[in-house]
Design a protein around this ligand. Sequence first.
Ligand SMILES: Nc1ncnc2c1ncn2[C@@H]1O[C@H](COP(=O)(O)OP(=O)(O)O)[C@@H](O)[C@H]1O
Ligand SMILES: [Mg+2]
Length: 413
Amino acid sequence: MDSNIFDKFISQKTLFKNKENLRHNFRPATLPHRREEIDKISYNLWEALKGHIPSNMTLYGVTGAGKTAVTDYVCHHLKEKGDSMGRKVESIMVNCRQIDTQYRVLSHIGNSLLEAHEQDEIPFTGWPTDRVFNELVRRMDRRGGVFVIVLDEIDHLVRKAGDDLLYNLTSMNSSLKSARACVIGISNDLKFTDFLDPRVRSRLGQLDVLFKPYDAEQLQDILRQRAKSGLNEEALGSGVIELCAALAAQEHGDARCALDLLRISAEKAEQVGDETVNQNHVRIAQSQIESDQMTPVISTLPSQQKLVLASVIINERNGLRNVQTGQVYDIYRQACKHIRQNPLTQRRISGLISNLDMLGLVTAKTVSKGRYGRSKEINSSIPSNIDPQQIMTAAEEEMGVVFTAHYNHQTSL
Ligand SMILES: Nc1ncnc2c1ncn2[C@@H]1O[C@H](COP(=O)(O)OP(=O)(O)O)[C@@H](O)[C@H]1O
Ligand SMILES: [Mg+2]
């Protein structure tokens, strides 16, 4: 009888106790090294349990610093306490990377306040914004109590759609009659308040909490705690947690990255039938994560685009930031000379730089140079482990192929 391809997985010993516990959206029972942040936020939200309006807050910090996890954790406890004290407090968390217009955020919050028997959802689109806003106010008043509105990754929405949403939500208390509201904005970008109208900035910035990146030792504690419930005890080889933590700390103290490393390392070990995860698996996992992140986008770029991207990075590795098109063009020309290709014009390269900007591989900001006109300030936005030489070599190989194909074609004529 034919065996089923899944049989081998069934008989295989698993290294995981519960893989879900190593994923991002798992809510651990405690959050090591975030005591201070939790205290600050919960001290402020304690006002809500007394029926007062908490201050608005802005939480800042690099990705993976625990901002979402901490906020979710505090809001969960707040709700629990509110229920046991018979106080009406509700928190509503919106991810503004996924829900990224003012209209959609307002309608999303409004629809989360629909009573069970009601069906009149605010439509996905079509109403004037102030009608959505008024409906939201009406529903909040109907429920009453204090609302904590959390706008996660708000920098994303503000950059895209401006600060009207923040303006409206932070002035909501003047429209509300029986309910109260406060706003928590969470941002990965430390400079995001630069984008805000000064009035919005001062209203939202009543209380700032900065989340510092984790260091390697803190990441070790976080990983150990998650590994305890996620992995089988015997499965963890020596030095694995330390290595995952060290690599993630180099990145920028990103707990998400550390967790990914640990989970994928264990998967790698499991796939080859090893009984413990070792440091070698971590290295394999790391290189998989790196190549997953970048290569598809870069490797499918047209050759000329690759050369331009490599030129930006080479400038940068030589210590130049905010380079101008001319400086990129200089390196690009040298590269073309090196591989015996005719360079495109500077005008064309400027267009290719804009394309790279659209793909998110570089940022090209137009700045005014007063009477000298306008010019671009170009920086790469790819991780530091990407090797420009490798991109250059790939372009070279592709162009070499084109060149010989063309040549052969001609000689055969
Ligand atoms: N102190 C911590 N203890 C346990 N897990 C943490 C801690 N900080 C972050 N994490 C975990 O790391 C991942 C990323 O954290 P997250 O809160 O999403 O970061 P941010 O929102 O700052 O980008 C999540 O899976 C989260 O559970
Ligand atoms: Mg987050």
